[in-house]
Design a binder for this molecule. Structure first.
Ligand code: PXP
Length: 246
């Protein structure tokens, strides 16, 4: 089966927040992504609101509903954000660890510590009671995956950041592929969906797709970066046309 592509549009909001203007619009980003064939929109409402803002969540939700596609809301285990998730009712919530100092999500949830496990469990229970499907952002180690299965998530999203960095540096990635196969087989046996995300590019996603490792990929930063160069020349030509016309 063809894997699903979720587009993370956080960094469209990053550009907007950098100038404090109303553009670029995350609504337009969601609309363009879904019109181009994306299967889902992913946004991360962080505690520090560094990119996506509260009002973006409802606005993007309206776009995904218009297209009949899922909204995947990434969030930390935080009560205030859980309230927003319950009020918005996205199809999916992906729970991630959040640390105020980090530049981006740096790894999967720690489910080995009992304290963290209980915190994640409480958040899962609140969201699941609202009918929201849960995915947990995790490393691919089996011990963590087995703990995660106790929380009855609909999916696990495997953190691919380290893999993607090694792939891009031209290093050997065969151990990641082997780990991901073991993780996938475990998740299939538990009837839990197997998703992937973080740091992926059009090149680094290829071995994962060829090996049929994941049902869903959530990709953002690289797509927004690539879109700059796929669009820059066209925008400049439009300015020059206007100048030429006098
Ligand atoms: N999946 C999760 C759980 C994430 O936290 C992120 C980053 O917000 C992504 C996917 C997308 O990662 P990237 O922007 O590096 O493609």
């Amino acid at each position: 089966m063809m894997p699903r592509l979720g587009i993370n549009i956080d960094h469209v909001a990053t550009l907007r927040q950098a100038r404090g203007e109303g553009y670029p619009s995350v609504v337009e980003a969601a609309d363009v992504s879904l019109r181009a064939g994306a299967d889902q929109i992913t946004i991360h409402l962080r505690e520090d609101r560094r990119h996506i803002q509260d009002m973006d969540v409802d606005a993007v939700r309206l776009v995904t509903m218009k297209y009949g596609k899922p909204l995947n809301l990434e969030m930390g285990c935080n009560e205030e954000i859980t309230d927003i998730a319950c009020a918005t009712g996205p199809e999916w919530v992906c729970l991630v660890p959040e640390n105020r100092q980090e530049r981006t999500t740096e790894g999967g949830l720690d489910l080995i510590s009992d304290e963290n496990f209980e915190r994640v469990k409480a958040t899962c229970e609140r969201l699941q009671a609202e009918g929201i499907k849960i995915s947990l952002f995790l490393e691919s180690d089996l011990e963590t995956l087995k703990r995660a299965a106790l929380l009855k998530p609909k999916a696990i999203e495997i953190h691919t950041g380290e893999y993607a960095r090694k792939f891009t540096a031209g290093e050997d990635i065969s151990n990641f592929i082997e780990d991901y196969k073991v993780a996938r087989d475990f998740l299939v046996s538990e009837k839990i969906g197997c998703h992937a995300g973080h740091g992926l590019s059009i090149e680094s996603v290829m071995p994962l797709v060829e090996n049929k490792l994941f049902e869903e990929y959530n990709i953002g930063h690289w797509i927004v970066c690539r879109a700059v160069f796929d669009g820059l020349g066209n925008v400049i030509k439009r300015f020059k046309e206007i100048f030429d016309q006098g």
